[in-house]
Design a protein around this ligand. Sequence first.
Ligand SMILES: Cc1cc2nc3c(=O)[nH]c(=O)nc-3n(C[C@H](O)[C@H](O)[C@H](O)COP(=O)(O)O)c2cc1C
Length: 214
Amino acid sequence: MEAKDQKSGLAFIDLKSNDPVNLYEDWHQEAIKYMKGSTSITCLATVSGETPRARHVLLRGYGKDGFEFFTDSRGRKSQELSENSQAAMCIYWMYENDKSERVSRQVRLEGRVELLPRERVREVYELEPLHCKIRAHLCHQDVKVDWTQMKGHHDELLRQAESDPESLVMPEHFVGYKLIPTWFDFYFSKDNFIADRMEFTNEDGVWKNMRIAA
Ligand SMILES: Cc1cc2nc3c(=O)[nH]c(=O)nc-3n(C[C@H](O)[C@H](O)[C@H](O)COP(=O)(O)O)c2cc1C
């Protein structure tokens, strides 16, 4: 075994504020600085009856009001959220920083999910690149398809968009949600260090935090 594998240490989360959204923002900004791929991919877990279901979605915005994602209202996750609005997210960032440290960070969130107002959904839809607008029109999420038929429909929509870029108006089934967290868990580790964790729980509008073992 090489000497570096025998090293150990204890990572430390330096809390500058008692607000977990500020800590999320700091961590996200650092990930943007060092990570090559997207820093906005989160695993979203919902509940279907007694069965948990998880999939990745793109986080399109976050703040004190919640963590936003967008999807097809006809798909399974929308159905699940209409039956049980409790959901969880799990985000993972891994990169090498400018001190050549291998940083590993995870943020877990839990809370209730609410539909976003249509004006906010429209704002996001208008900023979508062409392929996302085409997907919103083309794909009825989770429904069985014939690939050749889909390709024909795709090419038709592409021709339509090229001749009239305004024609792909936002479909009704394009919806957005925000998860309003009442619980956060931040996990930080680097190199061979043992991770540090901070748990935040919202009690009557006030965030309480606690350092917990990894
Ligand atoms: C990196 C990545 C990002 C994704 N982003 C979204 C997204 O923002 N919205 C979405 O509906 N599906 C997104 N998907 C697809 C979902 O993971 C999933 O396959 C789809 O939403 C159907 O999920 P459901 O059957 O649970 O509704 C993404 C997949 C990946 C791999």
